[in-house]
Design a protein around this ligand. Structure first.
Ligand code: X8Z
Ligand code: ZN
Length: 601
């Protein structure tokens, strides 16, 4: 009798107050059941979505795009449903295991672009994002009567030295992003509404909430890290400005202004290594290492670059890549169809179906990028022992740092070991080599920081659509000290000319990775017993380092990043001082070389 009454009452409550009733169901046992069902459903649709996304990215046409938009909408709907359901367990967090709590948080926080639950919103969002990504990937320019695809425009920016031609390629590429703006406006509206439904003030706050710390504290943290490395950037910027002034003269490179963005050897002025010959400090006499030339002379092919990178990882004790990697990867650009050339690494079944998708060419940039991408694959495979929700990194800077940390071991000594260099250069080569590395690694820092500073302002409404382009260039000037070659037209949407904006890939991860890669590298060098200057260390072939590194990688997202960082490096904080130490000899040299110069902008 008593029992019956109780259940009648519960039923009654459920009818009157459905939300409370579900809270009644918020028990530890139900949380466990909910989580295991969520993992199963996400894995199932996730694999299908990945396979379709792969198909679309490697074969862009009407049908592959249609399929991708459809599955992506289904995936978002499921992810949002699960995020909402996960919130129901908030009130019993104290009763759950730390692992259960972490999984619930992952469900609530890790959607890059949430859609609101209104009918049709997820479908509309997916249609827009697929179109944006396709618009970028299929963009071309007309140059001297020829149609040049996206990836070749990048090569031109690397190789051309004529300021007028550079300006032409740079400006024409940015015609492709103008038509993206309306889609981007609609997308920001929908995704912001999705974020608000999930309890965030806007999408930017949701993105900042994924770092095992308060979102506002995270914003302060990236500024703190930037403060640590900015003196290094300022010195590199100043030296480059003066050398470019020598090369191009006062009209093209006035010393009292930010540097023209199209002169820096990269479509987005994000890394400047390809203009090393032009901007090598005149006081440095020794030769560096011309990896472009070494690769050409040794008849490297794209495939050989991938095999070389694989060999670095196996030298640390990691397994060889599976047969399917070689069968299914896209290593070079297919001749006869549109693909997304921007490099990426995939694990299609979240187990062993790892692949890279690149349009690899034989040059130093792609040599670096292949190591970067394989780093992703090695990480994905290492954490496949975890529960599905933990098959990720604990902080998205980790994923981006792995291959780059390994690539820091590409020292002259290593190049000699693999037969690319006949003899190792003398210690005099340290400065030119560090300058080469700084042109990529250090020059990247403010760009890595500002892309999402811009998006945070866009998502919060601090920048309105008619201010988007100006706001973009304000950040480019403030942080990078660069300017467009000419005034930008009112209808320009220059952020869209960078893959990650139409591709909706958060970008702060790359800034974090630049910091983390040096921290990981320094720890690995210490573990290997290295006692020389940091920049000469290579841990190639060191299985002990490999074992300890793998121990961190295989934890995946099962614990806070502070714990993983501490286990591998001994510290719980991200810290730019390893990077500063690495570049110390260059910093000392540039302090002296720049001391009477008009630095800054
Ligand atoms: O996008 C990438 C990788 C894929 S995750 C090729 N990177 C950033 C970029 O190209 O802008 C690596 C460095 C920064
Ligand atoms: Zn990456």
């Amino acid at each position: 009798m008593h029992k019956k009454l109780l259940s009648a009452l519960l039923v009654g409550t459920a009818i009157l107050m459905p939300l409370d009733a579900s809270a009644q169901r918020a028990t530890k046992a139900n949380a466990e059941k909910f989580l295991s069902e969520a993992e199963e459903r996400l894995s199932e649709i996730g694999e299908e979505a990945s396979r379709i996304a792969w198909l679309r990215a490697t074969y862009i046409n009407y049908d592959s795009s249609w399929l991708e938009a459809k599955i992506s909408a289904e995936y978002t709907e499921l992810a949002v449903e699960l995020a909402n359901e996960a919130s129901r367990y908030d009130r019993i967090r104290g009763k759950l295991t730390p692992q259960q709590v972490r999984k619930l948080d992952i469900l609530k926080q890790s959607i890059t672009l949430p859609a609101p639950t209104t009918d049709g919103a997820a479908a509309r969002l997916a249609e827009i994002t697929t179109r944006l990504d396709n618009t970028y990937a299929t963009g071309t320019i007309e140059l001297d009567g020829e149609t040049i695809p996206q990836n070749r425009t990048e090569t031109l920016m690397r190789e051309l030295k004529d300021p007028a031609k550079l300006e032409e390629v740079w400006t024409k590429w940015r015609e492709n992003s103008k038509p993206m703006k309306d889609d981007y406006i609609a997308m920001v509206d929908i995704a912001n509404e999705g974020a608000r439904e999930l309890g965030y003030s806007d999408l930017g706050q949701m993105w900042r909430s994924n770092y095992d710390m308060d979102p506002d504290a995270f914003a302060e943290e990236v500024d703190r890290l930037w403060g640590q490395v900015k003196p290094l950037y300022d010195n590199v910027h100043c030296a480059v400005k003066y050398e470019l002034n020598e090369a191009y003269g006062d009209d093209v490179v006035p010393l009292d202004q930010p540097i023209r963005a199209d002169l820096l050897g990269n479509m987005w002025a994000q890394q400047w290594g390809s203009i090393y010959d032009l901007v090598k400090p005149s006081g440095i006499e020794a030769e560096g290492v011309d990896l472009d030339k070494l690769l050409q002379e040794a008849d490297y092919t794209p495939l050989k670059i991938v095999e070389t990178a694989e060999e670095f990882f196996t030298s640390l004790g990691f397994d060889e890549l599976p047969e399917t990697f070689w069968e299914r990867s896209q290593i070079t650009k297919p001749a006869d169809r549109d693909v997304v050339c921007h490099a990426s690494a995939w694990n299609l079944d979240d187990v062993d179906d790892i692949r890279i998708k690149m349009c690899t060419e034989v040059n130093a940039d792609d040599f670096q990028t292949v190591h970067h991408e394989l780093g992703h694959n090695i990480y994905q495979r290492a954490y496949n022992i975890q529960d599905p929700l933990f098959r990720n990194d604990p902080n998205d800077g980790f994923h981006e740092a792995i291959g780059d940390m390994v690539a820091l071991s590409i020292t002259p000594a290593y190049l000699q070991q693999i037969g690319l260099l006949d003899e190792a250069p003398s210690d005099d080569a340290d400065l030119p080599i560090l300058m080469q590395k700084a042109l990529d690694g250090v020059a990247f820092l403010p760009f890595g920081l500002l892309v999402d500073k811009w998006r945070w302002q866009v998502f919060s409404g601090e920048l309105q659509p008619d201010e988007w382009n100006e706001g973009w260039w304000a950040l480019r000037e403030e942080y990078q000290g660069i300017r467009p070659p000419a005034e930008r037209p009112a209808d320009a949407f220059d952020p869209g000319a960078k893959y990650h904006i139409p591709g909706n890939t958060p970008y702060m991860r790359y800034f974090l990775a630049r910091i983390l890669q040096f921290q990981f590298y320094k720890a690995a060098c210490e573990q290997s017993g290295w006692e020389g200057p940091l920049h000469r260390c290579s841990f190639y072939g060191n299985e002990e380092v490999g074992t300890r590194f793998n121990a961190m990688l295989e934890k995946g997202n099962s614990q806070a990043w502070q714990d993983s960082l501490e286990e591998f490096t001994g510290t719980r904080d991200m810290d730019g001082s390893a990077m500063v130490e690495y570049f110390r000899p260059l910093m000392d040299y540039l302090d002296e070389a720049n001391k009477d110069r008009n630095c800054g902008w």
